[in-house]
Design a binder for this molecule. Structure first.
Ligand code: DX5
Ligand code: ZN
Length: 213
């Protein structure tokens, strides 16, 4: 599956870019929420997600890169999130957070930074709908893919196959046709792509190419 990230969209014509995604072969719409605290950048927040939801015809895959996400779970549900992902590094009571996301009726994901061992998820794996493997340091689009991520993905794939084969693996950061192909081969279920889609000549065709890579 493919989830284009709106972080790389043209915010002055966001509606057009959402329409493009609606008509494309993309599966989800990825929304990157940054707070300038957990990550060194600020993106957009709840009112924008609400507006995106009004135009989106595909599930909203909301990636929270914010400290203390528990404070905002319900508000992101109300804003229209279908899949809500929190960072492992921001949740001291991750099991409780995951439970709260699911009780609100959303799918629950956990993202891990490039330095966090994938093995840290072993005891929570049963409760997850998705694991988001960061393949760049979160905070910015357009960064270079970290090559050591392939090995991490292979390990994570084995863990998922053994512990919870229903959980999806999403990969985020530096995805293009070359990395995308290898990521699918290494066991990714969903690829997030920002700059590669929106800075291409024909974003719809790029989504199609990624989907078939
Ligand atoms: C990075 C974000 C990504 C970002 C990916 O912190 O989580 O979703 O938009 O951008 P590209 O595809 O440009 O690396
Ligand atoms: Zn993201």
């Amino acid at each position: 599956m493919i989830a284009p990230s709106l972080l790389a969209a043209d915010f002055t014509r966001l509606g057009d870019d959402i329409q493009m995604i609606n008509r494309s072969e993309a599966d989800w719409i990825h929304c990157d929420i940054m707070d300038g605290h957990f990550v060194p950048n600020i993106s957009f927040g709840l009112p924008v997600v609400e507006q995106i939801k009004k135009k989106a015809e595909k599930p909203l895959d909301v990636h929270l890169m914010i400290s203390d996400p528990d404070r905002y779970l319900e508000r992101f549900k109300d804003a229209g999130a279908d899949i809500l992902t929190v960072h492992y590094e921001t949740c001291p009571h991750l099991h409780r957070t995951i439970g709260a996301i699911r009780e609100l009726g959303m799918k629950a994901g956990v993202a891990i930074n490039p330095h966090t061992p994938v093995q840290m998820l072993i005891d929570i794996m049963h409760d997850l709908d998705m694991i988001l493997l960061m393949t760049v340091n979160p905070g910015f689009g357009g960064q270079k893919f970290i090559p050591g991520s392939y090995k991490r993905l292979v390990t994570l794939r084995q863990m998922v196959n053994t512990l919870n084969h229903n959980a999806l693996i999403e990969v985020d950061g530096g995805v293009n046709l070359e990395t995308g192909r290898q990521l699918f081969m290494a066991g990714a279920d969903i690829l997030v792509a920002g700059n590669f889609v929106f800075n291409s000549e024909d974003p719809t065709a790029t989504i199609k190419a990624l989907k078939n890579c």
